[in-house]
Design a protein around this ligand. Structure first.
Ligand SMILES: [Zn+2]
Length: 332
């Protein structure tokens, strides 16, 4: 994370923090709250690096000096990370006691000390209470950053003593980029981001073999819809329906199909910078050439209508049969 990325993804947070940094008026306690995958932890890391970087320019940490690297790997004596121990449901009072002992001393190497408390909603009430005094009467030079995706689970007394910064869900494009940075394959990341705004749900989709298979079957379906020589219903019975065999899966299947036609429409309208199926752009372009804008809009309307029928609990296979008949009718 750097300031520019933060600005692109979390405009308000960036503005508040940058102004505070420029005036040397950072609050002594921040609460970063918002859904998972919105950059809260990375922002905390950047702030800590900014305070200790040996080569920072205009408040931009270099990310490469000894201090920046030690902070990133959790090995800087004046930057303490606290998070639930592996598989633990809570952050224990002892962990907070350790933190408070650490902060009773001045910085080992400089005047600053930073503590970053991840998944703060997992603090036990006891642990929260022992933190209160520390947040209320901080030692000079200390910065506390609490990070949570469940702000309502924190004590009001903690929340009211922190400056609360809310991280908003990412746009489709930013979420996809984030997933790629975190190691997900680009095509699946782009589709998952088109289907959900929730980082964790998107990660879960990318990890499912089912989702990769679904993507490939939807591609095959769009090819078949385009070619009049291949009968489509046997493909629906033998391949498509067995994979999309319940309501949530069928809905995802229709959504993937919808993203395809949205891409076709965007291509036709020369809005091609954020295609969901960018890796198969050539196929998209070939199909786009063979269809008029009106036809693409009709495809989209019919898929949306089919989705409504699914929501109204019409049988998935009947919905697909009807949809295929309608879509075939548009082309011919
Ligand atoms: Zn540095």
């Amino acid at each position: 994370m750097d300031w520019q990325q933060l600005k692109d993804q979390q405009k308000t947070v960036e503005k508040v923090l940058r102004h505070a940094a420029l005036r040397h008026e950072l609050a002594h306690a921040y609460l970063f709250e918002g859904p998972r995958g919105t950059g809260k932890r990375d922002t905390a890391l950047m702030l800590a690096q900014m305070l200790f970087c040996e080569a920072a320019e205009a408040f931009r940490p270099c990310g490469e000096c000894r201090n920046c690297r030690r902070i990133a790997s959790g090995n800087h004596p004046d930057v303490v990370w606290i998070r639930p121990e592996e598989n633990a449901q809570t952050i224990k009072k002892e962990q907070v006691a350790f933190l408070l002992r650490e902060f009773a001393y001045h910085g080992v190497e400089s005047a600053h000390k930073v503590f970053i408390l991840e998944e703060a909603e997992k603090l036990t009430v006891q642990a929260e209470n022992s933190l209160l005094k520390f947040i209320e009467e901080p030692n000079p030079g200390t910065l506390a950053i609490l990070v949570t995706s469940q702000i309502h689970q924190l004590l009001d007394t903690i929340v009211s003593r922190c400056q609360v910064l809310t991280f908003v869900p990412l746009s489709d494009k930013d979420l996809a980029e984030r997933l790629v940075v975190d190691g997900q394959p680009r095509q699946l990341a782009s589709l998952a981001a088109g289907l959900t705004h929730n980082y964790q749900s998107a990660v879960d989709l990318c990890h499912e073999q089912w989702f990769a298979d679904a993507h490939s079957l939807v591609l095959q379906l769009t090819q078949r819809l385009q070619s009049s020589s291949e009968p489509i219903l046997p493909f629906i019975y033998d391949k498509f329906y067995p994979l999309f065999n319940d309501m949530p899966r069928m809905t995802t299947g229709l959504d993937l199909l919808l993203l395809w036609y949205r891409d076709l429409l965007n291509l036709q309208l020369n809005r091609s910078e954020n295609l969901f199926y960018a890796p198969v752009r050539e196929t998209l372009e070939r199909q786009m050439m063979a269809l008029t804008t009106d036809q693409i809009v009709q495809f989209i309307e019919m898929i949306l209508e089919a989705r409504k029928q699914l929501n109204a609990h019409v049988n998935g296979l009947s919905v697909m049969e009807r949809l295929m008949a309608q879509l075939g009718g548009i082309r011919s």
